[in-house]
Design a protein. Structure first.
Length: 438
């Protein structure tokens, strides 16, 4: 039985890993298209503008994570009406937030572009990109809710189809508008907006069929009182609010790491950025198992099946641990061959290689934080997630302030490793609260 469950987890995780892997391909294509047809200012503008939207959308990632846990629990409890109501509830929340972003675009644009230290030319180009792409915000945030539903229900093949559709169409449109019609930065923004809206309709089509909603408008009317139930709405908003704070704390931690690296000089900053690419790549794989943990533990929790819950936590964590160790080993063994592929600067290569062991250690131990995040998302214990991330952030900052003056970048990496261990350790301390709930 255990063997069969391991196979099941791998089958569920594989489409998610493939979906994650398709994301950087889009960035590479955008960079190549602008790099071949535009100026250095165009390339810089795309980098900064994409960073702005990544930050904004990651901040609203709770629309995906919060939806996953609630949907998984509702399915585990066999409550189809609540599953459908959750979908409508999350879609409405995503649509409202997206609409507010569109309505407030002038204020948001002035604020974020004003904070940039780039040249006036690049700021102008960033503005061009921003005021086009912001119109895709409602589609993107609603799609987050749909993706959360796919994951919560365990429909990972459909999730892969949606992600490939989004990135594939985006690549085609961006190449068409930039290379074909020479729209430059405007072409990248326009292609992305069109892809986001088309993806919303495609994902909606798949989801309506999988959930057997029938006529969504009629189903919405049938469930109106349940959708707007004050208790359920409050629970959704509370969980999502905690996840948002947790996400901002994570962003702060990575920003702190980058800023501290910059204090050691440009070459160290660049070397750390190279090593973070390995960390990010490993996250594509580990996220796959974390997402499976979300859906399977959420269903077991909703069904109040403690035996299944424990089994899903154990088996998904074993697979994640093995994967993390393999990835860490690859970085350790092949780091000297991989690092030159990411930078031609000999000094940066040397610094990155000297610190690659710490990146490997980070990857090896990071699976625990990923898995526990997945478990707590599945059971919608977002308060504990928020607290654990904030505690880990303060530990990280304290360790770096203590070690960096004496040990430099080595101290920074040790702090970074302790940061991810502290996240896992704090969540593990909260874990008994979940098991006592059965």
């Amino acid at each position: 039985m255990a063997h069969g469950n391991y196979i099941r987890i791998i089958k569920l995780a594989f489409p998610i890993i493939l979906a994650n892997a398709s994301v950087p391909l889009l960035g590479l294509t955008d960079t190549a298209a602008i790099g071949q047809t535009g100026t250095a200012a165009d390339l810089g503008a795309i980098a900064l503008a994409s960073l702005i939207f990544n930050f904004v959308y990651w901040g609203f990632g709770f629309l995906r994570m919060g939806t996953t846990g609630f949907v998984a629990q509702a399915i585990g409890a066999g409550d189809i009406d609540e599953t459908h109501a959750l979908l409508f509830r999350s879609v409405l929340l995503g649509g409202i937030i997206g609409l507010l972003l569109v309505l407030l675009q002038s204020l948001i644009g002035l604020a974020v572009i004003g904070l940039l230290t780039a040249s006036d030319e690049i700021k102008t180009l960033v503005g061009t990109y921003f005021y086009i792409r912001i119109w895709g915000a409602p589609a993107t945030l609603i799609t987050f809710a749909l993706l959360g539903t796919f994951i919560g229900a365990g429909w990972t093949k459909q999730l892969l189809a949606v992600q490939l559709f989004l990135n594939g169409l985006n690549i085609l449109l961006n190449v068409l508008f930039v290379v074909g019609y020479d729209f430059g930065v405007r072409g990248i923004a326009l292609g992305t907006v069109l892809a986001e809206w088309c993806t919303l309709f495609f994902a909606s089509y798949l989801l309506v069929g999988k959930m057997q909603l029938g006529n969504p408008v009629l189903r919405f009317r049938e469930l109106r009182s349940r959708i707007f139930n004050r208790t359920n709405l409050t629970a959704l908003i509370k969980v999502n609010g905690n996840i948002m704070i947790r996400t901002l704390a994570l962003l702060t931690g990575f920003a702190w790491f980058a800023n501290q690296g910059a204090d050691f000089g440009d070459h160290v900053l660049a070397a750390n950025h190279v090593l973070l690419q390995f960390v990010s790549l490993s996250a594509f794989f580990l996220d796959g198992y974390a997402h499976v943990a979300e859906m399977l533990t959420g269903k077991a929790y909703g069904a109040r099946d403690s035996e299944s819950f424990t089994q899903q936590v154990r088996h998904s964590s074993v697979l994640a641990a093995i994967t993390a160790l393999v990835l860490a080993g690859l970085v350790s063994i092949f780091g000297s061959q991989l690092i030159p592929l990411l930078t031609k600067d000999v000094q940066v290569q040397a610094i990155a290689l000297a610190h690659s062991r710490y990146a490997a250690i980070y990857i090896a131990v990071s699976f625990a934080a990923f898995q526990l995040d997945g478990v707590f998302i599945g059971v919608t214990k977002s308060l504990e997630m928020r607290n654990a991330t904030l505690i880990a952030l303060f530990v990280f900052i304290g360790v770096v302030l203590l070690l960096a003056p004496a040990y430099g970048n080595v101290g920074l990496w040790i702090g970074f490793i302790i940061y991810v261990i502290a996240r896992a350790a704090t969540l593990a301390a909260y874990y008994p609260r979940i098991t006592r709930a059965f």
